[in-house]
Unconditional design. Structure first.
Length: 326
């Protein structure tokens, strides 16, 4: 009967035992060491029957402005990728990756922020984003963050699936945006024409909206920054309104200040398996609130965010043959 290595081990010495150990190590599964964050918590009962759950680990320090971290990493790691997206070829196949480094992101944020300031945008006239996640969406959000101008990403189905645009009209009536952005004028143009007033500027990455003056995203990016945009960034603080979110049902604007967002990003980085020494590549599958947290987490920890453009709800609008190649 054939003997196993474990049966032979007592009769082997020296180099033979070393060989057995090496063979055992070769067969053993290899695991990446992970540093977990919060693993313990305490539960406290309140006076009115409310239960309070608190992590044993205190929340770490976080900056008043996430843009401070963007500036920091643009100096420390200017060539490191912050955002990346895989381009699509004309035949629908996957092309090369397009990368945006920390230095490029900071430059874009200053240029876009200056362009928004030149337009007189503010909390009363914020930026409204209709389309799904893409690099332009991310850079526009950074520009708003840098200049201290609120922005609100809406659900793409409001524009692409709805036929009466009631939810989108409600969002626009509530927010009174001064600029509306969509990646593709062909896909979002109909919704823009039906809901956006003539005195509100339209910005698109690709194409123009028929019958309306349309600013290209490239033109917005071409704005020359001045010290005014850096002063606007320095004037932002913990209470500055950043991202705004629309709610399900009859959308109601929910403003999120800078401090809670930065604190939430810090909490996620401590709680999840994401640390400076243990980064992973993250694909953004959800939009809106989680997108804001993830973007700030990657900025704070010098991470990378891989952007997937089309939202799940709108995939039904893409022919099955094209979906199969994604």
């Amino acid at each position: 009967m054939r003997e196993s290595l474990s049966d032979m081990e007592p009769r082997l010495h020296g180099d033979d035992q070393t060989l057995i150990v090496r063979r055992q190590n070769m067969n053993a599964p290899k695991f990446r060491p992970l540093k977990f964050g919060v693993t313990r918590a305490t539960l406290r009962d309140g006076d009115t029957g409310v239960h309070y759950l608190r992590a044993d680990q205190d929340l770490g320090p976080y900056p008043e402005r996430l843009t401070d971290r963007l500036v920091h990493w643009a100096k420390e790691r200017p060539d490191q990728t912050l955002f990346a997206r895989r381009e699509k070829n004309a035949d629908g196949s996957s092309g090369d990756w397009k990368h945006i480094s920390f230095a490029q992101a900071l430059d874009a944020a200053r240029r876009i922020g200056q362009g928004l300031l030149n337009r007189g945008l503010s909390a009363e006239r914020p930026v409204l984003i209709l389309s799904e996640n893409d690099l332009e969406h991310a850079l526009l959000a950074l520009g708003c963050l840098y200049a201290g101008i609120p922005w609100c990403p809406t659900s793409p189905p409001y524009s692409l699936i709805s036929q009466d645009y009631d939810k989108l009209k409600h969002v626009i009536k509530t927010l009174t945006p001064g600029l509306v952005f969509a990646s593709d004028a062909l896909r979002y143009g109909r919704a823009m024409l039906a809901t956006v007033a003539d005195d509100v500027e339209l910005v698109c990455s690709h194409g123009t909206v028929p019958g309306r003056a349309t600013t290209s995203f490239a033109a917005l990016m071409a704005t020359e920054p001045t010290p005014a945009v850096d002063a606007a960034m320095a004037a932002t603080g913990p209470d500055t309104t950043g991202a705004m979110s629309d709610m399900a049902g009859a959308p109601e604007g929910a403003a999120v200040a800078a401090a809670p967002t930065a604190g939430c990003a810090c909490e996620v980085s401590q709680d999840a398996v994401i640390t400076r020494s243990n980064r992973i590549l993250c694909m953004d599958k959800k939009r809106k609130d989680m997108e804001v947290v993830r973007e700030r987490r990657e900025i704070g920890l010098a991470g990378r965010l891989r952007v997937r453009g089309q939202c799940t709800a709108c995939r039904r609008l893409v022919p099955p043959k094209r979906r199969s190649r994604r």
